[in-house]
Design a protein around this ligand. Structure first.
Ligand code: NAD
Length: 541
């Protein structure tokens, strides 16, 4: 300990495998998927290194095949959550004192386990649990998570190296302590990488974490837990509890040792969490850090000079990959009148070639939405659109939940820029398009800025630099991740730190140093070499 300034491997982005027909990776993931599909698992809680089975269970089914059961998971009691907190605090005594290189070693190892022996498993589990196509599973569960782990280790060492100036008679040192207490990680269904990163990033910095995965992601969360265990995360450092989110959260927020929440999910849930923490602020020993990445109503704006084929491809990929269930998914588009016919034609022609079905058939581009609640909500917007006079369905509009929760990629065209689906997050494969007059560029940019409460991602297409500059200025606060001539999805760790403001979150940029700072509490240490013994300054005479 403390006998070298160690350097970690330089982080590089994990290459994305192609899964082309006949490739070995395709064969391996297909076989793994089949095996998972034809067996069942039972997922216990994980508290202080022990599997805890409560007997109060829920079943797990693929959204694309909801009558087929692939396992059960156990739901926590209040006592389980209290145990998880108490044993995490006990584990903290050793973990918070563990040298950084030991912590780095664990999470670098986790990255390599996912890159190698766990890759097929974590991809297949994500296809099964969250209905992702193999490409979507690979870029999420494997590549993004590997990148989070590798880059965060590097960022951690860069932060530790940030030190204040010293003088010859006083040595100033900054020590980056973990927060005092424990962190609560609440993760969403849609990204296995986020489910892994929210607990891991805090734990990497010496914190202990109580992690509550989404009910709809427990199947792949279990693989994450297996990776953490095999990588050597000690008992009590990352505790996994599933079940009633309100009971679990209320129990956590009642603890005086609660020191921070790392949340990704919907806006209203986050606001509710913030409110609860606020009303109990006198309970806590330290001001809790509140970090949340939340909803979006992400836009594409296409200027009259933009290329219609590029715009159509961006709409198709940006709106319908992962069934529009990315927080960054394009869900409202503004297209200049003179290019609209070409954009429309390209989009409709391409959409006719898009196949929908189970992710097991790798020719499918679109699969099912996550659960019945989401399906029913999306259907209600489609049915409403059929009735409303200021909107028409120009593609899709079909749906079927007999086997899986399938909704066709649906394009709404509205004459009303404030139509409900231009401002409300639907989180599904429905995009709404508004066509604007060519000479109303600036006016339209203001409309984009003011139509929704969110500010997560947005894209502008134009071949005119002055038009781009207008968009840069007017939309400065409308998106935390802003794209020029590209779709608004697909941020890569280490390249495009991700997050938004306004109703979209605290913009603490997952996958960057900015996020890691939130899980640290620096201690400033000044050591004086020759300590004064006379209180008088020369000015006293
Ligand atoms: P969700 O809000 O329904 O659930 C997120 C998590 O919060 C889950 O673990 C859930 O069990 C828990 N939860 C639900 N109700 C709770 C409550 N009352 N108290 C405490 N916890 C509660 O979101 P979801 O459906 O899993 O994910 C989709 C949402 O997440 C979308 O709004 C999407 O935009 C957002 N999202 C944002 C980002 C981002 O980086 N900004 C990334 C992914 C997803």
């Amino acid at each position: 300990m403390g006998k070298g300034f160690f350097e970690v491997p330089i982080a590089v982005n994990e290459p994305i495998k192609g899964f082309a027909p006949g490739s070995p990776e395709r064969k391996e993931v297909s076989e793994t998927y089949k095996k998972m599909y034809n067996s069942t698992i039972d997922v216990p809680l994980y508290i202080n290194g022990e599997d805890v089975k409560t007997g109060d269970t829920a079943t797990m089914s693929p959204p694309h095949d909801h009558q087929h059961i692939v396992g059960t998971y156990h739901k926590a009691t209040k006592q389980n959550v209290e145990d998880a907190i108490a044993t995490a605090l006990e584990a903290r005594k050793k973990w918070s004192q563990t040298p950084w290189e030991q912590r780095a070693g664990i999470f670098l190892r986790a990255a390599e386990l996912i890159a190698g022996p766990y890759r097929a498993r974590i991809n297949a589990a994500t296809m099964m649990a969250q209905s992702k196509t193999i490409h979507q599973a690979e870029i999420d569960a494997s590549c993004e998570l590997i990148d989070f782990l590798r880059f965060n280790v590097q960022f951690m060492t860069e932060i530790y190296a940030e030190q204040p100036e010293s003088t010859s008679d006083a040595w100033n040192r900054l020590e980056y302590r973990p927060l005092e207490g424990f962190i609560y990680a609440i993760t969403p269904f849609n990204f296995t990488a986020i489910a892994g990163n929210l607990p891991a990033s805090a734990a990497m910095l010496g914190n202990v974490v109580v992690w509550k995965p989404s009910d709809s992601q427990v199947f792949s969360a279990k693989i994450l837990l297996d990776v953490f265990k095999e990588a050597g995360v000690p008992a009590g450092v990352i505790q996994m509890v599933m079940g009633d989110p309100v009971m679990i959260s209320d129990t956590v927020f009642a603890s005086p040792d609660f020191s921070g929440v790392h949340f990704t999910g919907s806006t209203n849930v986050f606001k509710g969490i913030w409110q609860k923490i606020g009303t109990q602020i006198h309970t806590y020993k330290t001001y809790p850090r509140i970090v949340g990445e939340t909803g979006g109503k992400d836009f594409i704006v296409a200027h009259k000079t933009s290329n219609p084929e590029q715009v159509a491809t961006a709409i198709l990929r940006g709106s319908f990959e992962l069934q529009g269930q990315k927080c960054s998914a394009a869900s409202r588009c503004y297209v200049s009148k003179s290019i609209w016919n070409d954009v429309r034609e390209n989009l409709i022609v391409d959409l006719k070639t898009v196949k929908m079905g189970s992710p097991e058939d790798m020719e499918n581009y679109v699969t099912a939405v996550i659960h019945e609640g989401s399906f029913d909500k999306l259907v209600s917007y489609i049915e409403q659109a059929k009735k409303d006079n200021d909107v028409e369905i120009i593609a899709g509009g079909g749906y079927d939940k007999s086997k899986g929760y399938f909704i066709e990629p649906t394009v709404l065209l509205t004459s009303n820029p404030n139509y409900e689906t231009m401002g409300t997050e639907l989180f599904g494969p429905i995009v709404t398009i508004y066509v604007f007059d060519d000479d109303k560029w600036e006016e339209t940019l203001h409309l984009v800025d003011e139509t929704s409460i969110y500010a997560l991602t947005g894209a502008v297409f134009s071949e005119d630099r002055y038009a781009l500059e207008d968009a840069m200025k007017i939309l400065q606060n409308a998106a935390g991740n802003f794209y020029i001539n590209d779709k608004p999805t697909g941020a890569v760790v280490g390249q495009q730190p991700f997050g938004g403001a306004r109703g979209s979150g605290t913009n603490d940029k997952a996958g960057s140093k900015l996020n890691l700072y939130r899980w640290l509490s620096p201690r400033m240490i000044k050591e004086t070499f020759v300590t004064p013994t006379d209180y008088r300054y020369p000015s006293l005479g």
